[in-house]
Design a protein around this ligand. Structure first.
Ligand code: AMP
Ligand code: MG
Length: 542
C-alpha cells in the first residue's frame, strides 16, 4: 500500500524517460531493449536501525522528526513504500577482471526512485533488499559486515572531499543470510542488513556497454542522451540539441572526473579493489564498496581483494591504468553513436599526460608546495619536483612506512631554521615505521638526503613552516578508515554493540582535523591485523 509520508517529492526521471522491462515477475533472466525492471523489495522479519547519516537525511530532505520515526526504518529496510516510490533494478553489463561478463545489473540493489532535493535530483537505492531479475544465482541480500563497510566508507570518503555515493542509513533486517566468506566451504549464517545509498546517478560504464555489446544502438543512444540531459546538462546547448560534439565533451568530462577520482584515491591511500566496469560510476563517484582497503604501509603493489590475489590487477599503484583501460572500453561502446574513432582516440591518448599532470599537482599539495609555481611540463622546476615526488614513493616502499602517519609527521617537521641530521629519522618519524629494526644506516641516509632536498625546495620558495603545515594538513588526512578499525566495529556490531560504528562515523566526519581525544585512532595497524581476514583479506562475497 502506498502512503504519503516523509514529505519527499519523487519525480523518477529514470523510469519516466527510459524503456522498461515488460516482464513484471521477479525471476532471473536476460533483459533486452530495457534500462530497468520493476521489482519490489523483500519484506524482512524485524527491521531495526543501526546507523544513519543526519547530513544525508537533510540533503535528501527528510526532517529530523521523520528520521526518528518507525516509517523511516520500514522504508529504508525495504518494508514500506511511500507515495511516489516506484522501485526498480537497473540493467547493465560489465568487464570483470578484463573479460566481458555480459549482463550483470542490480542483483542486490533496488532503486526506490528519484527525489527532487535542494541540490538536485537524487536517487535513493537500497542495497541488500532482495532478489531482482539480475540476481543470477545469488540471493540479492547483504550481510551486516559488508554493509558496515559500505556505510562507513561512503561517509568517510565524502568527508575527505572525494566524490562518492552517500549512505543514508544502515538497517538490520532481522533475518539471517548464509555466507561462505572466504569461499572455503565454511558457510555460516550472518546478520542480514540493508544500506540506503544516495547519489545523483547510479549509472555505470557498464550501463552503456551492455546495449553496445548487444548492438542495440537505439537503447545505447537513449541511455547516453538521458545521462547527458540528467547529469551533464551543462553540456547541452541552448537549442537543447545533443550533437557529436556534445558526446565528445561528455566523454571528455567522464574521463576527467574518473582521473580526478583516482588521483584522490592515491592521495589518501584508498584501494577500490574491484574496478570492473560495472563498478565505475559514469559521474565519477566512488561506488560499490566491496573488498576495498586502505593503505597502512605504503605499497603500490597491495590489493585487499583475495579474489585478485594472483594477478593483483586492481592493486593500489595500478588504479590509474585500470581507469584508462575502463575508459577505452567505454569509448569503444559509444563509437556507434559518435560515428568515428579519431576524436575518442585522441582523448584517450591524452589521458596519460593529463593524469601525470594531475598527479604532480596532487603530490605538490601533499608536500605543501605551491601549485602555482609550475605551468609547463618542460619547466626545469617541474622536472626536479617530479623526481623529488618519485624518489619519495620509492623511499616509502623500502621499509614498511605508514603512509598516513608519515605525511602528518612530515608536515610537523620544522624546515625553516633547522639543520637536519640522521637523528631526525628516529626522533621525529619513529611512529610511522612498522619494523624499526630494518632502519639501516643506508636507509637512514637515503631518507635524510631526501628530507634535505625537500628542505632546500621549501626554503627556496620561502614557505613558512606554519603555513606549510596548515596546507599539508588539509590534503593529508589524519584519520582514515583503516581496515582493522572497520573490523573492530564489525566484530562489536555482530554482538549487538554499535558504539564503534558510531564512533568511527563521527571521527571520520573531520578527517583532517587534530582530534586530541581521538589520538588512539592515529596509530599504525596493530600486528594482529596484518594478515587477518577482514583487515587485509577480503573477498567479494558479501
Ligand atoms: P560486485 O562486483 O560486488 O559489484 O557485483 C557484481 C555483480 O554481482 C553485480 O551485478 C551485483 O549486483 C551482483 N551481486 C553481487 N552480490 C550479489 C548478491 N548477494 N545477490 C545478487 N547479486 C549479487
Ligand atoms: Mg557492483
Amino acid at each position: 500500500m502506498l502512503v504519503h509520508k516523509l514529505n519527499l517529492l519523487f519525480t523518477n526521471p529514470f523510469i519516466n524517460s527510459l524503456p522498461e522491462d515488460k516482464v513484471k515477475e521477479n525471476y532471473q533472466r536476460q533483459v533486452e531493449h530495457a534500462a530497468f525492471s520493476y521489482v519490489t523489495p523483500k519484506a524482512t522479519s524485524s527491521p531495526s536501525l543501526v546507523a544513519m547519516s543526519d547530513d544525508v537525511a537533510s540533503l535528501v530532505g527528510i526532517s529530523k522528526d521523520d528520521t526518528n520515526s518507525d516509517t523511516f526504518i520500514k522504508v529504508f529496510s525495504g518494508n514500506e513504500l511511500i507515495e511516489g516510490m516506484s522501485p526498480y533494478a537497473m540493467c547493465y553489463g560489465g568487464f570483470q577482471f578484463g573479460q566481458w561478463a555480459g549482463q550483470l545489473g542490480d542483483g542486490r540493489a533496488i532503486n526506490l526512485g528519484e527525489v527532487e532535493a535542494k541540490s538536485g535530483t537524487l536517487t535513493l537505492q537500497l542495497k541488500g533488499a532482495g532478489p531482482t531479475p539480475y540476481s543470477r544465482t545469488a540471493d540479492g541480500l547483504a550481510v551486516l559486515r559488508s554493509s558496515v563497510r559500505e556505510f562507513l566508507c561512503s561517509e568517510a570518503m565524502h568527508h575527505l572531499g572525494i566524490p562518492t555515493t552517500r549512505a543514508l542509513s544502515l538497517c538490520l533486517t532481522g533475518d539471517h543470510v548464509i555466507r561462505d566468506m572466504m569461499y572455503d566451504g565454511n558457510a555460516k549464517p550472518e546478520l542480514g542488513a540493508v544500506v540506503c545509498r544516495v547519489s545523483p546517478s547510479f549509472m555505470r560504464f557498464g550501463s552503456f556497454q551492455l546495449p553496445a555489446m548487444r548492438q542495440d544502438s537505439t537503447l545505447l543512444k537513449q541511455m547516453v542522451d538521458y545521462c547527458i540531459r540528467q547529469d551533464f546538462s551543462h553540456l547541452v546547448e541552448g537549442n537543447n540539441l545533443i550533437t557529436k560534439s556534445t558526446y565528445l565533451a561528455w566523454f571528455n568530462e567522464v574521463s576527467e572526473r574518473t582521473a580526478d577520482m583516482v588521483i584522490d584515491w592515491m592521495r589518501v591511500g584508498f584501494v577500490h579493489g574491484v574496478m570492473n566496469t560495472d563498478n565505475m560510476s559514469i559521474i565519477g563517484e566512488t561506488i560499490d564498496y566491496g573488498p576495498y582497503g586502505w593503505i597502512d604501509n605504503f605499497d603500490l603493489g597491495w590489493t585487499p581483494n583475495t579474489t585478485d590475489r594472483q594477478n593483483k590487477r586492481y592493486r593500489f599503484g595500478a588504479q590509474a591504468n585500470v581507469a584508462l583501460w575502463n575508459l577505452c572500453q567505454l569509448a569503444n561502446s559509444i563509437i556507434p553513436i559518435i560515428g568515428s574513432t579519431e576524436e575518442l582516440q585522441a582523448q584517450l591518448d591524452e589521458f596519460g599526460r593529463k593524469y601525470e599532470y594531475k598527479w604532480h599537482k596532487m603530490m605538490a599539495s601533499k608536500l605543501g608546495l605551491s601549485p602555482d609555481n609550475f605551468n609547463e611540463s618542460n619547466d626545469s622546476r617541474y622536472q626536479q619536483d617530479e623526481q623529488l615526488f618519485k624518489a619519495l614513493e620509492n623511499i616509502l616502499s623500502i621499509v614498511e612506512t605508514d603512509m598516513t602517519i608519515f605525511y602528518r609527521l612530515l608536515a610537523q617537521l620544522p624546515l625553516n631554521k633547522n639543520t637536519l641530521s640522521s637523528s631526525v629519522i628516529k626522533e621525529h618519524f619513529d611512529a610511522c615505521f612498522y619494523e624499526p629494526s630494518k632502519l639501516t644506516e643506508e636507509y637512514t641516509n637515503t631518507l635524510l638526503n631526501w628530507l634535505k632536498e625537500y628542505q632546500t625546495r621549501v626554503n627556496s620558495e620561502n614557505i613558512k613552516d606554519t603555513e606549510r603545515q596548515t596546507a599539508m594538513n588539509t590534503v593529508n588526512p589524519k584519520y582514515v578508515l583503516r581496515n582493522y578499525l572497520s573490523q573492530i566495529a564489525i566484530d562489536k556490531a555482530n554482538l549487538g554493540d554499535y558504539s564503534e560504528i558510531h564512533a568511527l562515523h563521527e571521527l571520520l566526519k573531520r578527517p583532517y582535523d587534530e582530534q586530541p581525544e581521538n589520538e588512539k585512532y592515529f596509530s599504525k595497524r596493530p600486528e594482529w591485523a596484518k594478515d587477518k581476514v577482514g583487515c587485509s583479506m577480503l573477498s567479494c562475497s558479501s
